[in-house]
Design a protein around this ligand. Structure first.
Ligand code: BGC
Ligand code: BGC
Length: 850
């Protein structure tokens, strides 16, 4: 059996033959001999046709309502805007159908917004929609959607559950249902009606940056757990609390083939025949439609070259007509704009194909104008528009939104703490891959050291889609109810009379009996997580260096690996006596100690029960279809006491080490993303607080925050706009964790070069600050001395590093070479922060500023 594409669930079969073409094995099982058959109609390929079961009374109410609606209102209903880009008045005036909050978008941009701020905004938006429109037109309630993909993950203080891949390892549908139910309660409590979850992707390629949003590579397992999630979110169809006040509308996403793209490229092309599309990627849909799912999100990806947002056959003939889906199709974030011939603000084709509601976060005004114009001029089918509106109204009715009391009964002043449930999920999700010599479980009264950058970092252990889209802005204080993995271990060891040592400092003096190393992938979301190779830390090997240092201690090493997917870790396995795949566990970090540490009597308290939801690679480079040689097969997972004697594994495939920053030919600090070793952060005036600023919107808290947003210079999002309206003295900075010695760059004639655009009055009050070791640091240079006074134009700044030396900057210990600060309100953009060598060309100034 080849990697990652199992044809049965929950089996622990050992591999027999390698690199069998995965789809074929699967189709034999599922489609009983349908291999390769290209169906001309959904019959046979997508399973039996499902009849629609509409409620005649409800349809009659919708008819009556629609008869009173204006064309403008109908166009309004098919629009979903983002909460930062729309006001309650606009919702009322244009009769907009829906809003969403994108990942990392909070009421008033306050990342610590208390529940009351969410419910206030929800109430204001809902009330605006309920105010009668002009000329006695009917008021239509609003729907607010959010991505609560592992708990209510945009909300400060919410319990963050393990990501789907970890839930796939539990194989526990009842648990998934309970988590979805708890999530629904939290979402409903904030006045939000709709969750863009569950993801039903059957990820077939671990290079895909969304693999962790997928429960499994196995379509059956995804189906079983996806169905459970829908039932947990919405309730059981027919039951009294179905879509009741403590439930929310679910979304089956992303239809269809999102997990099958060529080489795992996000938003890419799924190149399979229809039988394989239906049997693998389509399998979860009929079951979730049966479970009552009310919305389906179209995928950004294509099927054999055609974007799903424009795929009439799949969205309309298969999903709606054949599978009997009678809710509505929501487009993904500007996804319609990717159809050839469409733009974000103009796209009839997606409506015609079957998208019912359009996620047009920012450009919805233009979209509204053009679509209205098309409708008036006959370029858009009014029958199709009516069908879309009817579907949206049907879901709003079913969800009780026409009853104003629903909103009032659902909002609450607090959300519950679900950490016990989350902790149980963490325990059940751990997969033990190696336990040589029966090192685990550990004696809790021993001397235990805990090291690694995952040991005390709740943001890291939670992964992407946590407090912001990429999951990079959370520090431990951002999770008031969270516990880091290391803190959980320390608490339990101390309670059992053992001794704990945290970190590498003083480690050899501590003389540990055992070392637990916690490390793994840093957070990412969507395409930002796409990989070319499955080698963990290809080129940098920081954690391998850590494991090598630990070897000197002569104590067994237990690795706890945090990751959104299986990765090639042969070198790490070789340097570990025990190895636990912990996925992205979320805020209940204590669940890991529950398993690793034995009870006081020496007996295990919880033996690991997680089973791999994806095969684990024995080689770093998969084939184009995502398959690889498996080191541990799908379904593998040891319990304590199982014989484990993993031999030394080959390490020959390791990528060469990357050249360090100072040795590079063209060192770049920032080109849209901060380049390692640099990170983009916000730092308050007193340097007490630093928050990562890689998110879409970053801001310090406070009445008038310092806000950093992506802006475009040459490419989308390749620059950042920084706006100080208050938070004066706060800085946005490119920092390095360890101070860097840049003297070699000075010797090469290096200059700090960046592009900037001054966006508020001259002379600009913004200052460039360099942070370094030494008494004269930090050194501050007024930007007005570096830039010409051309406003709103991009210009190049060149600053020879030697000039900084002359100013007293200690170039052997630079912690930030580029940071911006302003003591008065100001706005400025920057991009392409880099080092160039030699004499400056004729752009910009290369002289030392006064
Ligand atoms: C993602 C969706 C998500 C949407 C709204 C998109 O980028 O693909 O999964 O629901 O954004 O945040
Ligand atoms: C939003 C996400 C969204 C993504 C789509 C981000 O700005 O925060 O919710 O999924 O854009 O590209």
């Amino acid at each position: 059996m080849t990697a990652q594409q199992p044809c049965t669930t929950a089996s622990t079969r050992q591999p027999t033959s390698r690199r069998v073409l995965p789809a074929i094995a699967l189709l034999v099982t599922l489609a009983g001999g349908l291999i390769g058959a290209q169906a001309a109609s959904p019959e046979g390929t997508w399973g039996p046709a499902r009849p629609e079961t509409l409620d005649a009374g409800l349809e009659a109410r919708i008819d009556a309502l629609m008869a009173r609606m204006s064309l403008e209102q109908k166009i309004g209903q098919i629009i979903q805007a983002e909460i930062q880009h729309v006001t309650p008045d606009e919702i009322q005036r244009y009769g907009l159908g829906s809003v969403l909050n994108g990942g990392g978008s909070f009421p008033e941009l306050d990342r610590r917004a208390p529940i009351a701020k969410w419910t206030e905004l929800a109430t204001a938006l809902h009330e605006a929609a309920r105010r009668p429109m002009a000329e006695g037109l009917p008021a239509i309630p609003l729907l607010w959607g959010t991505d609560a993909v592992h708990g209510h993950n945009n909300v400060h203080g919410a319990t963050i559950f393990p990501h789907n891949i970890a839930l796939g390892a539990t194989r526990n549908a009842e648990l998934v249902r309970a988590i979805a139910r708890a999530t629904a309660e939290d979402v409903a409590a904030t006045g939000i009606d709709w969750n863009f979850a569950p993801t039903l992707a059957v990820s077939r390629d671990l290079r895909w940056g969304r693999a962790y949003e997928s429960f499994s590579s196995d379509p059956q397992l995804v189906t079983e757990l996806g169905r459970a999630a829908v039932l947990g979110l919405q309730g059981e169809p027919g039951a009294a609390d179905w879509l009741g006040p403590r439930r929310v509308i679910a979304t089956a996403k992303h239809f269809v083939g999102d997990g099958g793209t060529f080489m795992g490229i996000d938003q890419g092309d799924t190149r399979v025949d229809e039988a394989e599309l239906a049997a693998i990627h389509g399998l979860p849909y009929p079951a979730t439609i049966d479970a009552g799912v009310q919305t389906v999100m179209a995928s950004f990806s294509s099927w054999n070259g055609t974007k799903l947002h424009g795929h009439r056959y799949l969205l309309t003939e298969v999903l709606k007509d054949h599978l009997g889906f009678d809710g509505f199709v929501i487009g993904d974030w500007n996804g319609h704009g990717q159809i050839p011939g469409c733009t974000v603000s103009d796209c009839v084709a997606a409506l015609e194909a079957g998208v019912d509601m359009f996620m047009v976060p920012e450009n919805w005004r233009e979209f509204r104008t053009t679509m209205l114009d098309h409708a008036r001029n006959g370029r858009l089918s009014l029958a199709r528009l009516d069908d879309a509106v009817r579907r949206i109204l049907r879901v709003k009715h079913r969800a009780g939104l026409f009853d104003a009391a629903t909103h009032e009964t659902r909002i609450r002043s607090t959300i519950d703490d679900h950490s016990e449930l989350a902790r149980r999920a963490v325990r059940e999700s751990l997969v033990l891959l190696k336990n040589n010599g029966g090192v685990l479980p550990l004696n809790p009264s021993a001397r235990i050291a805990v090291v690694g950058d995952g040991a005390d970092d709740i943001g890291k252990q939670s992964g992407g889609w946590t407090l912001d889209w990429q999951g990079v802005t959370g520090t431990n204080e951002s999770f008031p109810n969270g516990e880091s993995i290391g803190a959980g271990i320390a608490a339990q060891v101390r309670a059992s009379g053992g001794q704990v040592h945290l970190g590498e400092n003083g480690l050899s003096e501590f003389k540990p009996d055992v070392v637990i190393a916690i490390y793994g992938e840093d957070p990412y979301a969507e395409g930002h997580g796409d990989l070319e190779s499955l080698e963990y830390q290809a080129g940098t090997r920081e954690d391998l260096d850590l494991l090598d240092r630990l070897a000197a201690l002569d104590a067994p090493v237990v690795s706890v690996f945090l990751s959104g997917r299986p990765l090639w870790v042969n070198p790490h396995l070789n340097r570990s006596d025990a190895f636990v795949a912990a996925w992205l566990p979320g805020t209940a970090g204590g669940g890991i100690a529950d398993v690793l540490l034995a009870g006081a009597d020496g007996n295990a308290r919880h033996t690991p029960s997680g089973r791999l939801p994806f095969a684990w690679p024995a080689e770093p480079l998969p084939a184009d279809d995502g398959s690889f040689e498996a080191l541990f097969d799908f379904g593998f997972g040891l319990a304590f006491g199982d014989p484990s004697s993993l031999d030394r594994l080959p390490e020959t495939d390791m990528a060469p080490r990357a050249v360090s920053f100072v040795e590079q030919d063209n060192p770049v600090l920032f080109d849209g993303n901060a380049q390692a070793p640099w990170r983009l952060v916000l730092r308050d005036a007193s340097s007490q607080h630093t928050i990562p600023a890689e998110g879409q919107i970053a801001s310090t808290t406070g009445e008038q925050p310092l806000v950093v947003t992506p802006t475009d210079r040459r490419l989308q999002g390749d620059a950042r706009r920084v706006n100080w309206s208050g938070s004066l003295g706060d800085r946005v900075a490119l920092v390095s964790r360890e101070p860097l010695d840049l003297t070699a760059l000075v010797a090469r004639g290096g200059q700090l070069v960046f592009e900037t655009r001054i966006e508020s009055g001259a002379p600009t009050p913004v200052e460039l600050v360099v942070e370094c070791g030494g008494a004269d640091c930090p050194v501050t240079l007024p930007m007005s001395a570096l830039v010409a006074d051309t406003h709103n134009n991009w210009q190049t700044v060149r600053l020879p590093l030697a000039c900084l030396g002359a100013r007293g900057v200690d170039l052997s210990a630079i912690s930030s070479l580029f940071s911006l600060r302003s003591a008065t309100p100001a706005a400025v953009s920057f991009g392409a922060v880099r080092i160039e060598f030699g004499n400056a060309p004729d752009t910009g100034s290369a002289v030392c500023p006064d």
